[in-house]
Design a protein around this ligand. Structure first.
Ligand code: MG
Length: 203
């Protein structure tokens, strides 16, 4: 199983980190160990002084495919969930400056938080999924799939040119603006269409 993450898929988020708007999807991988057993708290790793939350819609792949055409991409997933792409922003900035890969800042244990439940695609309007994140009870991030630069289908089509997609693979589809830092004792709650689907306790 692999975890594919899309970067800079919302204009306002690209701007807040002073990045250019991408012309094609930007992606990176997290290892399977980035997902922790369900119900575990998230432990801030020792090597970073600045862990940021990034709430994202997540597609679960349920059909194997390669070189998938965009028009058929919808056949490769049937469920959508919510995740947090935890990022060691201080380490990422260092890597970016040196032109190095980001894996150290993105793939650590617990960095891929995932909702317990996924919602059937049929129960959602794919082009209008509202999602949000509360940080200690205050709403800090909100987004809508209609504002993605690259749609779910475009992402699947693009990524599958490089990697065979397999059943169970997860694709984190990018975060809207409002990313911020977590501290020990924080609580994060994630919502899809105002229904809570994700809870993370930070330790
Ligand atoms: Mg992200």
């Amino acid at each position: 199983m692999k975890i594919i993450c899309i970067g800079r898929n919302y204009i306002e988020h690209a701007k807040e980190l002073k990045n250019k708007i991408p012309e094609e999807p930007l992606f990176f991988l997290k290892p399977e160990t980035a997902i922790q057993p369900k119900g575990h708290p998230f432990f801030i790793p020792d090597f970073s002084q600045m862990i940021h939350y990034e709430v994202e819609l997540v597609i679960k792949i349920d059909r194997i495919g390669k070189h998938i055409q965009e028009q058929f991409a919808h056949k490769y997933y049937s469920k959508i969930g919510l995740g947090i792409d935890f990022t060691a922003r201080d380490i990422q900035e260092e890597c970016k400056k040196k032109g190095l890969p980001w894996e150290k800042a993105k793939g650590f244990d617990g960095s891929a938080q995932i909702s317990r439940n996924f919602i059937n695609k049929e129960d959602l309007d794919i082009h209008n999924i509202y999602f949000s994140l509360n940080h200690n009870g205050n709403e800090v991030q909100k987004g809508n799939s209609k504002d993605m630069i690259f749609s779910f289908d475009k992402i699947i089509s693009y990524v599958s040119q490089f990697y065979t997609l397999k059943i169970g693979d997860l694709i984190y589809t990018g975060t809207p603006s409002g990313v911020g830092q977590v501290k020990i004792g924080d609580k994060l709650n994630g919502f899809i269409n105002n229904k809570e689907v994700l809870k993370v306790l930070v330790k």
